[in-house]
Design a binder for this molecule. Structure first.
Ligand SMILES: [Zn+2]
Length: 235
């Protein structure tokens, strides 16, 4: 009998396969999940399975407490971080249906430096109107606790004053990026965009360590023409 989660697992599998294809991860690094908000479950990559061996049948379905609902493999070790974010995003108005975690090189370099990515240019402003935030460094106490759930808390704390629907990405200090979107595909798109923004920002900074942020009027123009009420831009 066909599982009621077949479509969800397929979405998650296809989105996961984009991760190595886009050069965002090697070996088993990285994971993507896809949410079914009505059923309050999400599908996620299993732990320790390399992308070239991954099939849709391997994808694990878990509830929002990260308990396995369907699947024989162990879900990704980052599953509790995904669960914490879905719970928080649902509580703050929903609209987020996919999450990605990678250790993509440039975004991870900024995370390791513990630095937000400054909004240096219009490529960045086309996607978000402020710096890509970086969380605080996790305390020893949080690491000793439920580490993966605490990683979620670290991100949620960082978004107390930010809107996750306007800023679909974050750097976890000392670790790497998480991105999200309306769908798992959109979350992968944001992971690719973030890596490119991080790369451009790294080069900008190496050319001029004192490079300034894009002026606010240009940030607004670029962000609003794509995301504002009168959005008209597409390329
Ligand atoms: Zn990680």
């Amino acid at each position: 009998m066909k599982s009621i989660y077949s479509d969800l697992k397929d979405q998650a599998w296809q989105a996961n396969m984009e991760i190595p294809r886009r050069g965002l991860a090697i070996y088993t690094f990285g994971n993507v999940s896809a949410l079914d908000a009505d059923r309050a479950v999400f599908a996620i990559k299993p732990s320790g399975v390399s992308y070239d061996a991954l099939t849709a049948a391997d994808i694990v379905v878990v509830d929002l407490d990260a308990k396995v609902v369907e699947g024989t493999l162990r879900p990704s070790s980052d599953t509790k971080t995904h669960a914490a974010l879905y719970r928080s995003f649902q509580a703050s108005g929903g609209g987020i249906g996919g999450i990605v975690h990678t250790h993509s090189t440039y975004a991870t370099a900024w995370a390791q430096a513990g630095m937000a990515i400054p909004i240096y240019g219009t490529t960045h402003a086309d996607h978000l109107a402020e710096d890509v935030p970086c969380t605080a460094v996790m305390t020893a106490e949080a690491v000793r606790g439920d580490y993966e759930a605490e990683t979620g808390t670290q991100i949620i704390d960082c978004f107390r004053t930010r809107n996750p629907r306007e800023i679909p990405m974050v750097l976890v200090a000392g670790h790497g990026p998480f991105t999200w979107g309306k769908t798992a595909d959109k979350a992968v798109y944001h992971a690719v965009v973030l890596e490119e923004l991080a790369k451009m920002a790294s080069i900008t900074r190496s050319l001029d360590p004192h490079a300034g942020r894009l002026p606010d009027y240009l940030v607004r123009k670029h962000y609003e023409r794509k995301h504002g009420t009168g959005a008209y831009y597409g390329q």
